[in-house]
Design a protein around this ligand. Sequence first.
Ligand SMILES: [Zn+2]
Length: 133
Amino acid sequence: MKLLKLTEEDKKLIDAARNIITQNKIQNNKISCTVGAALISGNKTYKGINLQIETSAPTSICAEMAAIAQMVSSGAKMIRIIVAVRANSKTRWDVFQPCGACRHIISQFGNPWVIISRTGKARLSELYPMPVK
Ligand SMILES: [Zn+2]
């Protein structure tokens, strides 16, 4: 896989994803929000947070999905860069790759750069080479 080093814009996007993670459980401790995602479409940043519902995990929502829904509701259609960050505390965090469902959803909005670690990014087409369109 061809990885590129992160730019300052990429690092700011990671910070944007980190900054929306609440660290707190909501709704009587049944919903966790420990993943933040941020994406750039055009020159605008959209962010989303996950909703991990502990009593029914299959109904949980990925942070990337929430960020994409915000982008679409604003009328934007193409993702240029996207990242997801998981944090257990303010200092313990990491960038991670989108799940299979998110890779498919992202593929409907172009072939963006996906930040997959604290140091590198790859084109979505390298992570998800044959999307169904
Ligand atoms: Zn996902």
